[in-house]
Design a protein around this ligand. Structure first.
Ligand code: G6P
Length: 525
């Protein structure tokens, strides 16, 4: 795990503030997320050793934390649980500590599998098959109680850090209730909640039982500041506030309001650490893997996708689009290979198992229909291998990133940074990243298989000059933001909302009520 030197400089430059209260940048950071930066497992000598956590959230946060950060996470492995039992924080490298919240298996299942993954993740990514699912019964009521319980356990552990006057950075839907619960325990706590996922609009969110939906929106509004990956998700959240009793919203300035406080709703797009990806691409083993990919590819062009094996990534429509492209442009048969690198995810969930099986079956069917003895159109590799993925990034001609909805999407920012073939990015307009880099990509409606097939063709056939121009534009846009600026801009904004000298009184709480509409106003869809 890394710390980023110039972040420390930025922190030092702020200096002590005259009031004696630390500014957000000077404060200890306490991060809370379901999955921690590391997980502990026993090695062959029986020693507990840390392994880096997986997923976009950990990737985004790991590189940017200042020294002296404490990370509070669920105990997921037996090793984590052993550490949690000892009641002490463990080192997570570079001056960071991780404190695990002890949760028994059954409670964790309700909180993580049933509510977080099957309900909240599906709601925010518009993944329900609404003619059939979801079906909320008494099992949902029970699972919800477990979700509440775990959020309370997090709030308890976080409250114990309060005497150090930290800034709390609460991450994602798993912990949506924590800001309000923590506020009850520590009324003057400084809290940011950040959502790495999309947020569904209010009519879709109304699929959820009212009690659950309102608790999520109110729980998040316990924060001082709400962060989202894209303005679209921030606006959707604001519309959800409008339909929540007891809360009001100013849709013009995107500020929510409860009885006492005003809560800005802002977008802070996460960025990728350019130097880390580029250093990875230069590693000898990665260069070797890139050569292997070259040898395997041969003459044909390379279409690449790199994703978690996850329904929101829209893998099946990606294969169908490739099939349609081959059907409509037989001149490309034998001249392009589609490498699909899929890392296993949430394997205990039936929906994921089914989706994975269906995706692999589609690839096989297309391979049978179009493949020859010498050419396999789609090569699917289900593996967790970041270095191999980076090697593949260097070699693609077209990178297909077509999620149905995605909070941000890091693949479409990592790839162009190390690609050596002026590869073209075909990008879903429903990825948060589209707002940032879309103008240099070929935008596509992820539900439109014809449009996706057209984007594949356009990418493969694009004249060299346009490829080069778009590739330059992509690199420039991606490097314009860094993970450090992502975090620092949240902390700067927090200082505006909760000025260091102001203690627990919110300046903004004095504002006039005129701008705020309540849930009685016309409700958006
Ligand atoms: C991805 C998403 C995050 C989410 C995480 C959870 O990284 O970008 O928003 O929190 O998945 O994944 P997990 O495997 O822990 O369920």
């Amino acid at each position: 795990m890394e710390t980023v030197p110039h972040t420390h400089d930025a922190r030092a430059a702020v200096g002590p503030n005259p009031s004696g209260h630390p500014s957000a940048k000077e404060s200890l950071l306490v991060v809370a997320s379901n999955r921690g930066p590391v997980s502990f497992e026993r090695d062959e000598h029986g020693k507990l050793v840390p392994r880096r956590g997986i997923g976009g959230l950990v990737t985004a946060l790991s590189g940017v934390l200042f020294r002296d950060a404490t990370w509070v996470a669920s105990a997921i492995t037996d090793g984590d649980r052993e550490i949690a039992k000892r009641g002490r924080a463990a080192s997570a490298g570079a001056g960071q500590r991780v404190r695990f919240v002890q949760i028994d298996h059954e409670t964790y299942d309700g909180y993580y599998n049933q509510i977080s993954n099957q309900i909240l993740w599906f709601a925010h990514h518009y993944l329900f098959d609404v003619a059939r699912t979801p079906r909320f019964g008494d099992d949902t009521v029970q699972a919800w109680e477990r979700f509440v319980e775990v959020n309370q356990a997090f709030a308890d552990v976080l409250a114990r850090e309060a005497d150090r006057h930290p800034v709390y950075l609460i991450q994602d839907y798993h912990l949506a209730l924590v800001p309000a619960m923590l506020r009850e325990r520590v009324p003057d706590a400084r809290i940011i909640h950040f959502s790495h996922t999309p947020i569904a609009g209010p009519s879709y969110m109304r699929i959820l039982p009212a009690r659950m939906r309102e608790a999520v929106i109110r729980g998040m509004c316990g924060a001082d500041l709400l962060g989202f990956q894209s303005p679209i998700w921030a606006e959707n959240f604001a519309l959800n506030v409008r339909s929540t009793p007891g809360l009001r919203i100013d849709l013009r300035t995107l500020r929510a309001r409860d009885d006492a406080r005003t809560i800005p709703i802002r977008s802070f797009p996460v960025a990728v650490p350019g130097h880390v990806i580029r250093e990875t691409a230069a590693r000898p083993d990665v260069v070797e893997a890139a050569q292997e990919i070259e040898d395997w590819r041969g003459e044909p062009a390379l279409l690449l996708r790199v994703d978690r094996l996850e329904p929101s990534k829209n893998i099946i429509r990606g294969f169908l689009a490739f099939e349609l492209f081959l059907k409509q442009h037989p001149e490309w048969v034998g001249r392009v290979k589609f490498l699909s690198l899929l890392s296993p995810s949430r394997e205990e969930m039936q929906d994921y198992q089914r989706y994975g099986e269906e995706a692999l079956a589609e690839a096989e069917r297309i391979n049978k229909a179009f493949g020859t003895a010498k050419w396999k159109p789609i090569d699917v590799r289900v593996q967790e291998d970041f270095h191999f993925a980076v090697a593949a990034y260097t070699r693609y001609d077209v990178l297909l990133v077509n999620p149905v909805y995605d909070g941000m999407n890091l693949v479409c920012m990592e790839g162009p940074l190390v690609n050596e073939r002026q590869g073209v990015l075909a990008l879903s307009v429903n990825a948060g990243a589209y707002t940032r880099v879309g103008r240099h990509a070929l935008g596509l409606n992820p539900f439109d298989i014809q449009e996706t097939a057209d984007a594949i063709r356009q990418g493969l056939e694009m004249p060299a000059e346009e490829r080069a121009r778009r590739a330059r534009g992509l690199t420039r846009s991606i490097l314009a933001h860094s993970p450090e600026t992502w975090l620092l801009s949240q902390l700067d904004e927090l200082d505006l909302v909760r000025p260091p000298a102001a203690g627990s009184d919110h300046e903004t709480a004095q504002e006039s009520d005129d701008a705020f509409g309540s849930f009685n106003d016309e409700v958006g869809i």
